[in-house]
Design a protein around this ligand. Structure first.
Ligand SMILES: Nc1ncnc2c1ncn2[C@@H]1O[C@H](COP(=O)(O)OP(=O)(O)OP(=O)(O)O)[C@@H](O)[C@H]1O
Length: 307
Protein backbone atom coordinates (compact mmCIF):
# COMPACT_ATOMS: atom_id res chain seq x y z
CA UNK A 1 0.00 0.00 0.00
CA UNK A 2 1.21 3.51 -0.75
CA UNK A 3 1.06 6.10 2.03
CA UNK A 4 2.36 9.09 0.10
CA UNK A 5 3.14 9.34 -3.59
CA UNK A 6 4.42 12.33 -5.49
CA UNK A 7 5.24 12.56 -9.15
CA UNK A 8 7.39 15.37 -10.55
CA UNK A 9 6.04 17.59 -7.78
CA UNK A 10 7.14 21.20 -8.19
CA UNK A 11 6.31 24.30 -6.16
CA UNK A 12 7.36 27.77 -7.21
CA UNK A 13 6.34 30.66 -4.95
CA UNK A 14 5.20 33.95 -6.52
CA UNK A 15 8.56 35.52 -5.53
CA UNK A 16 10.29 33.12 -7.92
CA UNK A 17 11.70 30.73 -5.25
CA UNK A 18 11.46 27.09 -6.34
CA UNK A 19 10.83 25.32 -3.03
CA UNK A 20 10.23 21.86 -4.57
CA UNK A 21 11.59 20.71 -7.88
CA UNK A 22 10.47 17.62 -9.77
CA UNK A 23 10.11 15.53 -6.59
CA UNK A 24 9.09 11.91 -7.11
CA UNK A 25 8.67 9.55 -4.15
CA UNK A 26 6.51 6.57 -3.30
CA UNK A 27 6.41 5.74 0.39
CA UNK A 28 4.80 2.83 2.27
CA UNK A 29 3.18 3.20 5.72
CA UNK A 30 5.54 3.47 8.71
CA UNK A 31 7.61 6.12 10.42
CA UNK A 32 9.20 8.36 7.81
CA UNK A 33 11.92 10.91 8.47
CA UNK A 34 11.85 13.90 6.12
CA UNK A 35 15.28 15.46 6.46
CA UNK A 36 16.97 18.43 4.87
CA UNK A 37 18.68 21.67 5.83
CA UNK A 38 16.66 24.79 6.63
CA UNK A 39 15.02 25.97 3.44
CA UNK A 40 15.23 22.54 1.77
CA UNK A 41 11.48 22.51 1.16
CA UNK A 42 10.19 20.29 3.98
CA UNK A 43 7.45 22.64 5.23
CA UNK A 44 6.35 23.32 1.67
CA UNK A 45 5.97 19.58 1.04
CA UNK A 46 3.98 19.13 4.27
CA UNK A 47 1.63 21.97 3.32
CA UNK A 48 1.06 20.44 -0.11
CA UNK A 49 0.37 17.03 1.47
CA UNK A 50 -2.26 18.69 3.68
CA UNK A 51 -3.89 20.47 0.77
CA UNK A 52 -3.01 23.88 2.27
CA UNK A 53 -0.86 24.87 -0.72
CA UNK A 54 -1.43 23.94 -4.38
CA UNK A 55 1.59 22.57 -6.27
CA UNK A 56 2.74 24.48 -9.34
CA UNK A 57 2.90 21.21 -11.28
CA UNK A 58 3.14 17.48 -10.74
CA UNK A 59 0.94 15.03 -8.86
CA UNK A 60 0.49 14.09 -5.21
CA UNK A 61 -1.58 11.59 -3.25
CA UNK A 62 -1.90 10.96 0.49
CA UNK A 63 -3.57 7.74 1.68
CA UNK A 64 -4.76 7.38 -1.90
CA UNK A 65 -6.47 10.80 -1.87
CA UNK A 66 -5.42 13.85 -3.90
CA UNK A 67 -5.01 16.74 -1.42
CA UNK A 68 -5.17 19.27 -4.25
CA UNK A 69 -8.73 18.34 -5.17
CA UNK A 70 -9.96 16.80 -1.89
CA UNK A 71 -8.21 18.66 0.95
CA UNK A 72 -10.98 18.05 3.50
CA UNK A 73 -10.92 14.28 2.97
CA UNK A 74 -7.16 14.29 3.50
CA UNK A 75 -7.32 16.49 6.60
CA UNK A 76 -10.00 14.26 8.15
CA UNK A 77 -7.46 11.43 8.18
CA UNK A 78 -4.25 13.33 8.74
CA UNK A 79 -3.00 15.13 11.88
CA UNK A 80 -0.63 18.08 11.62
CA UNK A 81 1.79 19.47 14.18
CA UNK A 82 3.08 22.81 12.85
CA UNK A 83 6.62 23.99 13.44
CA UNK A 84 5.90 27.37 14.95
CA UNK A 85 4.10 28.28 18.13
CA UNK A 86 0.42 28.69 17.40
CA UNK A 87 -1.21 28.05 20.77
CA UNK A 88 -3.68 30.38 22.55
CA UNK A 89 -1.91 31.33 25.82
CA UNK A 90 -5.10 32.01 27.79
CA UNK A 91 -6.74 28.63 27.19
CA UNK A 92 -5.93 25.49 29.13
CA UNK A 93 -4.64 22.46 27.21
CA UNK A 94 -7.94 20.68 27.95
CA UNK A 95 -9.99 23.56 26.49
CA UNK A 96 -7.78 23.93 23.42
CA UNK A 97 -7.56 20.24 22.54
CA UNK A 98 -11.31 19.81 23.17
CA UNK A 99 -11.91 22.74 20.80
CA UNK A 100 -9.75 21.06 18.14
CA UNK A 101 -11.69 17.80 18.63
CA UNK A 102 -14.98 19.72 18.20
CA UNK A 103 -13.59 21.29 15.01
CA UNK A 104 -12.95 17.82 13.66
CA UNK A 105 -16.63 17.01 14.15
CA UNK A 106 -16.84 15.21 17.52
CA UNK A 107 -19.87 15.97 19.76
CA UNK A 108 -19.15 17.97 22.96
CA UNK A 109 -18.86 15.11 25.49
CA UNK A 110 -16.94 12.82 23.17
CA UNK A 111 -14.60 15.70 22.32
CA UNK A 112 -13.89 16.34 26.01
CA UNK A 113 -13.23 12.67 26.70
CA UNK A 114 -11.05 12.25 23.68
CA UNK A 115 -9.06 15.39 24.59
CA UNK A 116 -8.38 14.06 28.11
CA UNK A 117 -7.34 10.71 26.74
CA UNK A 118 -4.98 12.32 24.20
CA UNK A 119 -3.46 14.63 26.81
CA UNK A 120 -2.84 11.57 28.96
CA UNK A 121 -0.99 9.90 26.07
CA UNK A 122 1.34 12.87 25.68
CA UNK A 123 1.98 13.10 29.43
CA UNK A 124 0.00 16.26 30.18
CA UNK A 125 -2.98 14.82 32.04
CA UNK A 126 -2.10 16.33 35.43
CA UNK A 127 -1.43 19.77 33.95
CA UNK A 128 -4.35 19.90 31.56
CA UNK A 129 -6.36 22.60 33.34
CA UNK A 130 -3.49 25.11 33.53
CA UNK A 131 -3.28 27.97 31.00
CA UNK A 132 -0.95 27.11 28.10
CA UNK A 133 0.80 30.51 28.45
CA UNK A 134 2.52 29.21 31.60
CA UNK A 135 3.76 25.98 29.99
CA UNK A 136 7.40 25.17 29.22
CA UNK A 137 8.46 24.75 25.58
CA UNK A 138 8.38 20.97 25.97
CA UNK A 139 4.82 21.08 27.31
CA UNK A 140 3.72 23.36 24.47
CA UNK A 141 5.18 20.91 21.95
CA UNK A 142 3.15 18.18 23.63
CA UNK A 143 -0.05 20.22 23.34
CA UNK A 144 0.66 20.65 19.62
CA UNK A 145 1.18 16.91 19.36
CA UNK A 146 -2.05 16.19 21.29
CA UNK A 147 -4.16 18.43 19.02
CA UNK A 148 -2.75 16.63 15.97
CA UNK A 149 -3.79 13.27 17.41
CA UNK A 150 -7.19 14.11 18.82
CA UNK A 151 -9.28 13.13 15.78
CA UNK A 152 -7.66 9.68 15.61
CA UNK A 153 -5.83 10.14 12.30
CA UNK A 154 -4.20 7.47 10.15
CA UNK A 155 -1.19 9.68 9.44
CA UNK A 156 0.60 12.35 11.48
CA UNK A 157 2.73 15.06 9.88
CA UNK A 158 5.10 16.52 12.46
CA UNK A 159 7.07 19.61 11.42
CA UNK A 160 10.28 19.90 13.51
CA UNK A 161 8.65 18.43 16.65
CA UNK A 162 11.82 18.87 18.74
CA UNK A 163 12.24 22.54 17.85
CA UNK A 164 13.47 24.61 20.81
CA UNK A 165 13.89 21.63 23.15
CA UNK A 166 16.99 20.87 25.19
CA UNK A 167 18.66 17.44 24.76
CA UNK A 168 16.53 15.80 27.48
CA UNK A 169 13.37 17.33 26.02
CA UNK A 170 14.33 16.14 22.53
CA UNK A 171 14.85 12.63 23.84
CA UNK A 172 11.49 12.63 25.61
CA UNK A 173 9.70 13.94 22.50
CA UNK A 174 11.36 11.36 20.22
CA UNK A 175 10.44 8.56 22.63
CA UNK A 176 6.86 9.78 22.66
CA UNK A 177 6.72 9.90 18.86
CA UNK A 178 8.24 6.43 18.70
CA UNK A 179 5.56 5.14 21.08
CA UNK A 180 2.75 6.71 19.07
CA UNK A 181 4.06 4.98 15.95
CA UNK A 182 4.34 1.58 17.58
CA UNK A 183 1.38 1.58 20.01
CA UNK A 184 -1.26 3.23 17.83
CA UNK A 185 -0.04 1.86 14.52
CA UNK A 186 -0.24 5.35 13.03
CA UNK A 187 2.07 6.32 10.19
CA UNK A 188 4.20 9.37 10.86
CA UNK A 189 6.20 11.81 8.80
CA UNK A 190 8.74 13.51 11.06
CA UNK A 191 10.45 16.57 9.57
CA UNK A 192 13.83 17.55 10.88
CA UNK A 193 17.02 19.28 9.84
CA UNK A 194 18.90 16.88 12.15
CA UNK A 195 19.55 13.53 10.54
CA UNK A 196 20.89 11.90 13.72
CA UNK A 197 17.67 12.74 15.47
CA UNK A 198 15.21 11.10 13.12
CA UNK A 199 17.24 8.07 12.10
CA UNK A 200 16.69 6.74 15.62
CA UNK A 201 12.93 6.44 15.26
CA UNK A 202 12.27 6.16 11.51
CA UNK A 203 12.12 3.15 9.22
CA UNK A 204 12.32 5.26 6.08
CA UNK A 205 14.27 8.39 5.30
CA UNK A 206 13.54 10.93 2.60
CA UNK A 207 16.36 13.44 2.22
CA UNK A 208 15.74 16.62 0.26
CA UNK A 209 18.09 19.43 -0.62
CA UNK A 210 17.20 22.65 -2.43
CA UNK A 211 13.74 21.21 -3.17
CA UNK A 212 15.18 18.14 -4.90
CA UNK A 213 15.17 14.55 -3.77
CA UNK A 214 18.59 13.60 -2.53
CA UNK A 215 17.72 10.09 -1.53
CA UNK A 216 14.77 8.00 -0.35
CA UNK A 217 15.64 4.78 1.39
CA UNK A 218 14.58 2.22 3.88
CA UNK A 219 16.83 2.59 6.94
CA UNK A 220 17.17 -1.14 7.45
CA UNK A 221 18.50 -1.41 3.90
CA UNK A 222 20.80 1.53 4.48
CA UNK A 223 22.21 0.16 7.69
CA UNK A 224 22.11 -3.54 6.92
CA UNK A 225 25.26 -5.44 7.66
CA UNK A 226 27.75 -5.27 4.82
CA UNK A 227 30.04 -8.01 3.62
CA UNK A 228 33.07 -6.50 5.29
CA UNK A 229 34.62 -7.68 8.55
CA UNK A 230 36.18 -4.99 10.78
CA UNK A 231 38.99 -6.06 13.12
CA UNK A 232 40.43 -3.85 15.84
CA UNK A 233 43.47 -4.94 17.84
CA UNK A 234 44.94 -2.67 20.51
CA UNK A 235 48.47 -3.36 19.24
CA UNK A 236 50.21 -5.26 16.45
CA UNK A 237 47.89 -4.14 13.64
CA UNK A 238 50.71 -4.13 11.07
CA UNK A 239 51.82 -7.66 11.93
CA UNK A 240 48.23 -8.84 11.78
CA UNK A 241 47.68 -7.17 8.40
CA UNK A 242 50.76 -8.94 7.04
CA UNK A 243 49.64 -12.28 8.45
CA UNK A 244 46.12 -11.94 7.01
CA UNK A 245 47.56 -11.00 3.61
CA UNK A 246 49.71 -14.15 3.75
CA UNK A 247 46.53 -16.12 4.45
CA UNK A 248 45.12 -14.83 1.18
CA UNK A 249 42.83 -12.09 2.50
CA UNK A 250 42.61 -8.68 0.89
CA UNK A 251 43.33 -6.40 3.87
CA UNK A 252 42.61 -2.66 3.99
CA UNK A 253 43.39 -0.33 6.92
CA UNK A 254 40.79 2.29 7.88
CA UNK A 255 41.57 4.33 10.99
CA UNK A 256 42.16 1.83 13.77
CA UNK A 257 40.33 -0.93 11.91
CA UNK A 258 41.58 -3.55 9.52
CA UNK A 259 38.92 -4.43 6.97
CA UNK A 260 38.72 -7.75 5.15
CA UNK A 261 36.05 -9.00 2.73
CA UNK A 262 33.73 -11.47 4.44
CA UNK A 263 33.35 -14.49 2.17
CA UNK A 264 31.74 -16.89 4.65
CA UNK A 265 32.21 -18.11 8.23
CA UNK A 266 35.71 -19.39 7.44
CA UNK A 267 36.85 -15.73 7.21
CA UNK A 268 36.17 -15.44 10.96
CA UNK A 269 38.25 -18.59 11.56
CA UNK A 270 41.18 -17.25 9.52
CA UNK A 271 41.13 -13.93 11.41
CA UNK A 272 40.86 -15.56 14.84
CA UNK A 273 43.65 -18.02 14.03
CA UNK A 274 45.94 -15.14 12.95
CA UNK A 275 45.16 -13.12 16.10
CA UNK A 276 45.85 -16.19 18.28
CA UNK A 277 49.09 -17.07 16.45
CA UNK A 278 50.42 -13.55 17.01
CA UNK A 279 49.00 -13.48 20.54
CA UNK A 280 47.41 -10.07 19.99
CA UNK A 281 44.78 -8.39 22.20
CA UNK A 282 41.60 -8.44 20.07
CA UNK A 283 39.44 -5.44 20.90
CA UNK A 284 36.66 -5.89 18.35
CA UNK A 285 35.65 -8.16 15.49
CA UNK A 286 32.36 -7.48 13.77
CA UNK A 287 30.55 -7.11 10.53
CA UNK A 288 30.66 -3.53 9.30
CA UNK A 289 27.36 -1.64 9.20
CA UNK A 290 26.56 1.18 6.85
CA UNK A 291 25.73 4.52 8.41
CA UNK A 292 22.63 6.50 7.56
CA UNK A 293 24.81 9.57 7.01
CA UNK A 294 26.00 7.79 3.84
CA UNK A 295 22.66 9.03 2.47
CA UNK A 296 24.11 12.48 2.26
CA UNK A 297 27.41 11.46 0.80
CA UNK A 298 25.80 9.72 -2.13
CA UNK A 299 23.86 12.25 -4.13
CA UNK A 300 23.24 9.92 -7.03
CA UNK A 301 20.04 8.60 -5.46
CA UNK A 302 17.21 7.63 -7.73
CA UNK A 303 13.58 8.40 -6.99
CA UNK A 304 12.54 5.12 -5.51
CA UNK A 305 9.80 3.16 -3.91
CA UNK A 306 10.67 2.80 -0.26
CA UNK A 307 9.14 1.15 2.74
N1 LIG B 1 5.27 31.64 1.34
C1 LIG B 1 6.47 31.68 0.78
N2 LIG B 1 6.75 32.59 -0.17
C2 LIG B 1 7.95 32.64 -0.75
N3 LIG B 1 8.97 31.79 -0.49
C3 LIG B 1 8.76 30.86 0.44
C4 LIG B 1 7.51 30.74 1.12
N4 LIG B 1 7.58 29.72 2.01
C5 LIG B 1 8.84 29.22 1.87
N5 LIG B 1 9.54 29.88 0.94
C6 LIG B 1 10.91 29.58 0.49
O1 LIG B 1 10.92 28.28 -0.06
C7 LIG B 1 12.10 27.55 0.32
C8 LIG B 1 11.71 26.29 1.08
O2 LIG B 1 11.13 26.68 2.34
P1 LIG B 1 10.51 25.62 3.37
O3 LIG B 1 9.94 26.42 4.51
O4 LIG B 1 9.60 24.70 2.65
O5 LIG B 1 11.81 24.84 3.82
P2 LIG B 1 12.07 23.96 5.11
O6 LIG B 1 12.91 22.84 4.63
O7 LIG B 1 10.81 23.65 5.79
O8 LIG B 1 12.95 24.93 6.00
P3 LIG B 1 12.68 25.43 7.49
O9 LIG B 1 12.96 24.30 8.37
O10 LIG B 1 13.67 26.56 7.60
O11 LIG B 1 11.25 25.91 7.51
C9 LIG B 1 12.92 28.55 1.13
O12 LIG B 1 13.85 29.15 0.26
C10 LIG B 1 11.90 29.56 1.62
O13 LIG B 1 12.52 30.82 1.80
Amino acid sequence: MTLIATEALTKRYPNGVTALSDLTVDVSPGVIGLVGANGAGKSTLIKILLGLLPPTSGRVSVLGIDPTSEPEQVRARVGYMPEHDCLPPDLSAAEFVTHMARMSGLPRTAARERASETLRHVGLYEERYRAIGGYSTGMKQRVKLAQSLVHDPDLLLLDEPTNGLDPAGRDAMLNLIDRIGSEFGISLVVCSHLLGEVERICDTLIAIDGGRLLRAANISTMTKASDVLAIEVTEGADALAARLTESGLDVRAEGRDLLVPLADDTTYDVVLAAVAALNLPLHRLDQRRHHVSDLFRDTAGEPAHVG
